[in-house]
Design a protein around this ligand. Structure first.
Ligand code: BGC
Length: 750
């Protein structure tokens, strides 16, 4: 529709019809089936308004979307098509590895490809907007939503968010193409830093830290052209984000120039009352509107109070019109006025899901995101029966043990539209492999009541099946028996899916249930032990590290997880992932991140003197550092060289090192450049990842890997909160992970 016509449409709307555009309701209020999210009849939204609401969430599937849209258009007076938004976080029907795993790929182009594929699937499923990507930086593994973050590094997160937005929105700008879905970057801002890692808890930090570490990823999403942004639940400097004018108006809209639609997180306007910054829902509606929030997700605040606020002069007609205009413009850019059913096509939806290229992409992603933490004696990869050489000679028997050996649910909490039946488990992948001699059993459950406070209630409600005492004994005995009779054990353990995701905060990060005990028993019975670890966050792995010969962290690997794991175990593919979040030695170290500030008393890790910044019962260092991961090849890094000592503004300094594949297999090395700003007007981190290059090296090959350092890469928020570099001494290091110490010196000259 031409802009002029759209203006006419806006002008023709009644006050109720306009307000309707700013309201999002759950699908059950629009007579959609299968919507369990928030039965909110108490919203008090009157009939006329309900017939004209602007959007709904998590109603997906071509048939369903068509039916709801058709019925809606029949009843609505304004006849403006409904927007269908959904949480399509890491895949729609085809599920990819969780975002924390995707962060381990160190390959933004992979995320772009995945999101473009997801957009294709979602378009066919009738979806217009996805509430993704999540740009929240994470440093505290107690927070369950680490699962949805790409990790602890601001620069990497920014690159990933940009790639996701570009992938989702590919083709969206082409008029009439009906391609791509609108991307909503969330949760603005700093939702990933709740105190104590407890979800929805207070976030409080300096503006410097906010700008330096937490905002860059959201900003990258805005600069990549994301159509929407979602507010977060938390406070930012004492004011909940949803009513935070400074954050939404000054930073997001004025500084960054965001012109798209701003939506709240679920029921967040009403929470302004609970937070205690609004005395009632009317005041909450006013605060949110003044902050520039366009869409009220699932409360009655806008529905019940906007009209009165405008009539009383507390808000203006112009404010209302501006918000409605942004929503209408998005609908227009999506082409909904020409085709309200935009792409919703059940046959295409099915075809795409079964599409071999999507499954291959899911397999590729799982290998690129899995992190090999241990590989003692080069146990992995195993050779398949019949192959001439290798660890598993013909006739050897594998014991596949553990609660994740055959688990379809191992997708993580936010794969809410994923097809669980289509998930390939490790057992299924083993079973379809000719000549593989294996026995399997679970051995134990993932969880016991002490690991999850609400477990007994869930069991009582029939939402969880807990084993009987008899079944526990049988499984345990069988696991030990098959371990006894095997040559090699593959033990698939992990964190239960309900322990992570939204509301999934934990204070203990060890393996839950009887899993560690089981591992100890299996260890006594086999000479070669491989642990395949499923998780949605960093876990405490000290004991697992010691017990296992090989330890492969697959996170929640997605639809093709089982096949990807089999391929990695047998060397058909190489686990390529590098940690995007430090794995702690102990939960007591949290928050933990590699790019920490230098303290006045840095500890060398050795000296017996308590008056340093250190723990007296635990090292400062993580168990496995950010950027770490092994491969099936090995690599040696030469010293870091610089092609000059002076960097001038507008110029570059080349930093390089020779990297050699010292192993007997070809492989991909993730070469990392870390920089340190030695002296600044404010304290600078001990190192920062400046760039990454994934390099394919043939066995025995040596390559000179180069990075160009520019002045822009050295900028930060100085004492006056201006973003710029400061002349002086810098140090650089090229290495395989964040444990390298930058020591090659150069100077930035003014
Ligand atoms: C979550 C968001 C999500 C929204 C809609 C909220 O509870 O925090 O991430 O997009 O629900 O489902």
């Amino acid at each position: 529709m031409k802009e002029e016509k759209l203006r006419e449409l806006l002008d023709s709307l009644s006050m109720t019809e306009k307000i309707g555009q700013l309201i999002q309701v759950p699908g059950n209020m629009l007579n959609a089936d299968g919507q369990e999210l928030g039965v909110r009849d108490e919203l008090g939204i009157g009939d006329e308004l309900l017939r004209n609401v602007g959007s709904t969430l998590n109603v997906v599937g071509a048939d369903q979307v068509r039916r709801v849209q058709e019925e809606y258009l029949r009843r609505s007076s304004a006849k403006i098509p409904l927007l269908f938004m959904a949480d399509i976080i890491y895949g729609f029907r085809t599920v990819w590895p969780i975002p924390l795993a995707l962060g381990c790929s160190f390959e933004p182009s992979l995320l772009r490809r995945l999101c473009a594929a997801t957009a294709q699937e979602s378009t066919a499923g009738g979806v217009h907007v996805t509430f993704s990507p999540m740009g929240d930086l994470v440093r505290d593994a107690r927070w369950g939503r680490c699962l949805e973050s790409t990790g602890e590094d601001p620069n990497r997160n920014a690159a990933y968010v940009k790639a996701c937005v570009e992938g989702f929105q590919e083709g969206l700008a082409e008029e009439g193409a009906g391609k791509g879905i609108a991307s909503c970057v969330k949760h603005f801002a700093a939702y990933g830093a709740p105190e104590g890692g407890r979800d929805y808890n207070t976030v409080d930090m300096s503006e410097r830290r906010l700008r330096q570490d937490y905002l860059p990823a959201y900003r990258a999403g805005v600069e990549a052209g994301c159509e929407m942004v979602m507010t977060s639940f938390n406070t930012v400097d004492g004011v909940p984000a949803t009513g935070n004018r400074w954050l939404m108006q000054d930073v997001l809209r004025k500084e960054w120039g965001f012109t798209g639609v701003l939506i709240t997180d679920y029921a967040a306007i009403a929470e302004l009352v609970t937070h205690g910054v609004a005395k009632d829902q009317k005041e909450a509606a006013r605060l949110a509107m003044e902050a520039g929030v366009d869409i009220d997700m699932c409360t009655g605040c806008y529905a019940n109070h906007l009209e009165a606020l405008i009539r009383e002069g507390a808000l203006t007609q112009e404010q209302l019109d501006a918000a409605v205009w942004r929503v209408l413009s998005l609908k227009n850019r999506l082409g909904l006025f020409e085709d309200p059913f935009r792409g919703a096509d059940a046959a295409a939806e099915n075809r795409l899901y079964q599409n071999e290229s999507f499954l291959a992409l899911a397999r590729e992603a799982a290998a690129k995101c899995s992190v090999l933490l241990e590989n003692k004696g080069e146990l992995l990869p195993l050779r398949e029966a019949g192959e001439a050489e290798g660890t598993q000679a013909k006739g050897e028997r594998i014991a596949l043990i553990g609660p994740f050996a055959d688990r379809k649910e191992a997708l993580g909490m936010w794969a809410i539209h994923g097809d669980r039946k289509g998930v390939v488990t490790i057992r299924e992948a083993f079973a379809e492999t000719p000549g593989l001699d294996f026995c399997w059993t679970e051995g134990c459950e993932t969880l016991l009541p002490e690991d999850y406070t609400d477990l007994p209630v869930l069991a009582e409600r029939g939402e969880r099946v807990c084993w009987s005492e008899e079944k526990r004994k049988e499984e345990w005995a069988r696991a030990l028996e098959i371990a006894e009779n095997a040559d090699v054990a593959v033990v698939a353990l992990g964190e239960d899916e309900i322990q992570g995701g939204e509301g999934g905060s934990r204070t203990k990060l060890t393996l839950p249930g009887d899993q560690l005990r089981l591992l100890r028993e299996v260890r006594k019975r086999v000479s070669r032990l491989i642990v395949v670890l499923f998780a949605g966050r960093p876990l405490e792995l000290r004991e697992v590290k010691e017990l296992a010969d090989a330890l492969l962290l697959v996170w929640y690997p997605g639809t093709e997880g089982g096949r990807a794991i089999r391929d990695m175990l047998f060397g058909k593919s190489e686990p390529e992932g590098r940690l995007s979040m430090s794995l702690p030695e102990s939960v007591g170290q949290l928050p933990l991140y590699y790019n920490a500030f230098s303290t006045g008393r840095p500890y060398d890790g050795k000296t017996a003197n308590r008056f340093f910044s250190r723990y007296t019962d635990c090292p400062n260092a993580p168990l496995y550092p950010f950027g770490y991961g092994l491969s099936y090849h090995s690599a040696a890094y030469g010293p870091t060289h610089l092609d000059g000592r002076i960097l001038k503004r507008g110029g570059t300094v080349t930093v390089w090192a020779e990297v050699t594949n010292t192993g007997s297999r070809d492989g991909v090395e993730t070469v990392q450049l870390y920089l340190r700003d030695v002296t600044g007007s404010v304290v600078r981190p001990v190192k920062e990842l400046a760039d990454v290059r994934k390099v394919f090296l043939k066995a025995g090959e040596t390559r000179r890997v180069e990075f160009a350092v520019t002045e822009e890469m050295l900028r930060f928020y100085g004492r006056d909160l201006q973003y710029r570099s400061e002349p002086g001494l810098f140090r650089a290091a090229i290495g395989a992970d964040s444990s390298v110490v930058p020591d090659a010196e150069f100077e930035l000259e003014d």
